[in-house]
Design a protein around this ligand. Structure first.
Ligand SMILES: *Cc1c(COP(=O)(O)O)cnc(C)c1O
Length: 358
């Protein structure tokens, strides 16, 4: 089977060396030495000051909302993974959806401004497929209306915008290190904050909210991660550059092969350093998408409807919003297989099948 993604695995002996160290120390979790080493390496790699390694890319969104004390309406994008919206609901805030730009599939800043009311407290935007949102426009709006900005940067590891890690923007950016992402620690995530004064709070929020055995400060959560996960991160981090290069090559093969008269892809600005996280293509209609999906399935090739559905249409949303662009793209998009080790012949086969069924 050729799946949409295949997890990168490091050298097993190297991982086992870390495991042996864990066995010696008998410290499996609770801010252990491997976790602290990973945090320090990530800060170096990303050139950021304040970073907290956590359990996954969803709990970090929740912790971000708690740390910034956001309560009320949050303007957010309908074109993302459901974790973005779910974290807002889970924190008892209300998602207010505004539509996306038809070119980049990122949240449309002009519509953000229109949607602001006295109840608006924050903007939660996703850098879709690792492609930066309109950061300056969003920042200007946020400052004008005194709103917090949280970026769900789950796709953005390794991306640089204006010579800085894309993870370093907003009040807080969060990342996911899930096994399907460009850089992974099996499960995992990180909070990157631009507020050093929040550091202790973030540290405490991810570990139940108490300092030592005696000071119980507030209701934290368990957002910790283990030494085993940190070890996987330490094995993978030195290879991220090569991983991104390998993905870039696959990206180029698809670019050359596919029939762009009948397909659309999101516009990726050329003034960024990109990470080639996904290869989404948008078909002319939902029925063409289904036809291609079925033809690929016959050859055991499994792309992913990513993102589908448009989050504003989820049945459990408290309010209804129309987001015609997002709803339309979500019906027609497929993310194609893209991973280290995907062979050129396999990409050729995928491209040929797609072109034949357009
Ligand atoms: C993967 C992903 C998440 C969730 O990350 P987990 O680590 O799986 O919890 C959140 N938002 C987006 C946009 C994602 O792609």
């Amino acid at each position: 089977m050729i799946n949409v993604t295949k997890t990168y695995l490091p050298n097993k002996e190297q991982y086992i060396k870390y495991i042996d160290e864990i066995w010696e120390r008998v410290q499996l979790t609770n801010n252990g030495p491997l976790l602290r080493e990973l945090e320090s390496e990530l800060k170096k790699y990303l050139e950021v000051e304040n970073l907290y390694y956590c359990g996954n890319g969803t709990i970090v969104l929740q912790i971000a909302l708690k740390a910034l004390e956001v309560q009320g309406d949050i303007i957010t994008t309908p074109f993302s993974y459901c974790a973005t919206t779910n974290s807002i609901l889970w924190e008892n805030c209300t998602p207010v959806f505004v539509d996306i730009e038809p070119t980049t599939f990122n949240i449309d800043p002009a519509l953000i401004e229109q949607a602001i009311t006295p109840d608006t407290r924050a903007i939660m935007a996703t850098h879709v497929y690792g492609n930066p949102c309109q950061i300056e426009a969003i920042e200007t709006i946020a400052q004008k209306h005194n709103l917090k900005v949280i970026y769900d940067a789950a796709h953005a590891f390794g991306v640089k915008y204006r010579n800085r890690s894309l993870l370093s923007y907003g009040d807080i950016s969060t990342c996911s290190f899930h096994a399907t992402k460009v850089f992974h620690t099996i499960e995992g995530g990180a909070i990157i904050s631009n507020h050093p004064e929040l550091n202790e709070k973030l540290h405490l929020l991810r570990a139940f909210g108490h300092r030592g055995d005696e000071e119980y400060l507030f209701a934290g959560i368990n957002g910790k991660n283990s030494e085993f996960h940190a070890a996987m991160g330490l094995c993978n981090l030195p290879h991220v550059g090569a991983i991104i290069e390998a993905r870039k090559e696959v990206f180029g093969w698809y670019n050359d092969l596919l029939n762009w008269e009948k397909l659309q892809k999101p516009l990726i600005s050329d003034d960024i350093e990109y990470n080639y996280a996904y290869y989404p293509v948008v078909f002319e209609s939902e029925s063409v998408m289904r036809r291609v999906q079925a033809a690929l399935a016959e050859q055991d090739i499994v792309p992913r409807r990513y993102f589908y559905p448009s989050l504003n249409t989820l049945p459990f949303m408290p309010r209804r919003y129309a987001c015609p662009v997002s709803e339309d793209i979500a019906l027609r998009v497929l993310s194609l297989p893209l991973y280290v080790g995907l062979a050129q012949e396999e990409v050729q086969l995928i491209g040929t099948i797609i072109n034949q069924h357009l």
